[in-house]
Design a protein around this ligand. Structure first.
Ligand code: FAD
Ligand code: MLT
Ligand code: ZN
Length: 472
């Protein structure tokens, strides 16, 4: 369904060439629904520019003709942010042809890459340069740097290295009127006024198109120890992370919590995963220690930490991986939860955060409220404990009717968000607002913050053409 004139399409084609335009409904299909098939839209056109100048040309033309743009990277987002609406009038702007590595500057510990670079390729390029790029998440084989920036992605290494915002020194952005802002400064210190890059990081495509970025590199990691630990409770996990961190400092680079329900789903659905323990336990954590020294005494440190925790009753059992394949198998259990949950029917995904100290109370209180009101729902809790960030996901009761469960979504979400806010938390710690949480954000965010956000949006994008209907 296209509401665009042939003349407009010809002008776009003149900018991006025939390889940069997609009109065939079959070939457009993968751009119009998300990974879980939870959001579906229509588009008049998919445009795939290959350079910043091409992006600028397309955006300028869309601005003149009042055509709304939906930026898209790897389309792995979990809030429907990269999916157009159902009108068929919007255009998807895919950055996946912008895959250049523009510069590696080892002395400055930076790498400059274009927005369409896949996260895993960036990690590999950093390794080739003898460095480390720490952002790591389950979708790293498909998500792009542009998407990581636009969502301020988190993942499993935030507790040591921070999220995408913390890893970024500069950005290049095509503004809604087609101007190119070259903010590709590789500076760690620059106090010349407002730090504009932070406006675009986490803006989910609503303020401009991110076309490139200068990112921080870190020293290569040369030794890693990974353990899978069974725990009696979520409060034991909070005690354990505190004591392991006190013992290991910055060597603690991963601490991922999983409920038994999460692990059950993985064992049931993810090929090749098996329980490292004979018995089932209420909770698990995956702990990763790493160091830049090849022979760092990580195993000994972990043994000391786990030994102390066993004595205190925080740990029931533990295994330390003794080969790279065992390390991969443990991470596969953790990273497989999202996929496994998809096999259990409709689910509600959340990425809330609360202060780390409140995690046990949040889980206990919210579990109780949900079980009282929605008997049989399966609560799939896992996430990044060190960041206070839980994926508090809900799968429908076994055998329940899909439509009946979907009809309860709003009410379930309200219980979870009310509880989150009562613990001074955030309704989105990682995945962003997109279209999934737009109404909830309107309800739960401070009205003054929303007003300031609207003022920024109107200033930068007065015609409202950048990803309309998302975030605000
Ligand atoms: P897309 O999905 O294409 O887009 C996401 C948003 O960014 C959209 O609003 C889009 O309009 C906008 N956008 C994309 N590119 C640009 C650009 N160049 N300029 C401006 N706006 C743009 N997220 C986490 O934070 N932590 C996790 O641990 C994590 N784990 C995941 C695991 C799995 C299995 C999956 C499927 C997803 C996971 N995600 C996670 C979510 C997702 O991978 C991230 O949000 C990722 O950063 C999105 O990147 P993308 O390139 O796929 O972006
Ligand atoms: C993760 O940490 O695995 C993702 O952010 C969670 C998800 O898929 O919900
Ligand atoms: Zn996550």
């Amino acid at each position: 369904m296209s509401h665009l004139s042939e003349a407009f399409i010809r002008e776009i084609e003149a900018i991006v060439g025939p390889a940069g335009i997609e009109r065939d409904p079959e070939r457009m299909r993968s751009y119009l629904s998300d990974w879980r098939n939870a959001y579906r839209g229509l588009a008049a056109l998919v445009i795939r520019p290959a350079t910043t100048e091409e992006v600028a040309g397309v955006v300028r033309l869309c601005n003149e003709q009042q055509v709304a743009l939906v930026p898209q990277g790897g389309n792995t987002g979990l809030c429907g942010g990269s999916i157009p609406d159902g009108s068929g009038c919007q255009v998807v702007l895919s950055l996946t042809r912008m895959t250049k590595f523009r510069q590696v500057d080892p002395a400055n510990e930076t790498i400059t890459v274009e927005a369409g670079v896949i996260l895993q390729s960036l990690q590999e390029a950093a390794a080739e340069a003898g460095r480390f790029f720490p952002l790591s998440l389950g979708a790293e084989g498909s998500c792009t740097v542009g998407g990581n920036l636009a969502t301020n992605a988190g993942g499993t290494a935030v507790l040591r290295y921070g999220n995408m915002r913390d890893l970024t020194l500069g950005v290049e952005v095509v503004l809604p009127d087609g101007q190119i802002w070259n903010g590709l400064r590789g500076l760690r210190k620059d106090n010349t006024g407002y730090d504009l890059k932070h406006l675009f990081i986490g803006s989910e495509g609503t303020l401009g198109i991110i076309t490139a970025a200068v990112l921080k590199l870190y020293p290569a990691v040369r030794s890693v120890t990974t353990a899978w630990v069974a725990l009696p409770s979520a409060s034991a996990a909070v005690e354990l992370i505190g004591s392991i961190r006190a013992l290991c400092g910055d060597r603690l680079t991963g601490f991922e919590l999983m409920s038994r329900q999460s692990v059950d789903f993985v064992l049931r659905h993810v090929h090749g995963c098996r329980d490292p323990f004979g018995d089932a336990h209420p909770w698990y954590v995956l702990i990763e220690l790493s160091d830049t020294q090849p022979e760092a005494p990580l195993n000994q440190l972990l043994e000391i930490g786990i030994g102390e925790a066993l004595e205190k009753g925080w740990v029931i059992d533990a295994v330390v991986a003794s080969s790279e394949s065992q390390v991969a198998a443990l991470w596969a259990m953790r990273e497989g939860i999202s996929e496994a949950q998809n096999h259990e029917g409709p689910s509600l995904k959340h990425d809330i955060s609360v202060p780390v100290s409140c995690i046990p109370d949040f889980i206990e209180t919210t579990d109780q409220r949900l079980r009282d009101r929605f008997p049989g729902v399966r609560i799939v809790t896992y996430g990044h404990v060190g960041d206070g960030n839980l994926h508090y996901n809900i799968s429908k009761p076994v055998g329940a009717d899909d439509a009946r469960f979907k009809a309860q979504h709003e009410a379930i979400m309200q219980v979870i968000y009310d509880s989150t806010v009562s613990f001074s938390g955030s309704i989105s710690a990682e995945h962003g607002i997109g279209q999934a949480k737009r109404d909830a954000a309107r309800h739960y965010k401070d009205p003054l913050e929303l007003e300031l956000m609207r003022a920024i949006k109107t200033t930068l994008d007065p015609k409202g053409l950048m990803n309309p209907g998302k975030v605000l």
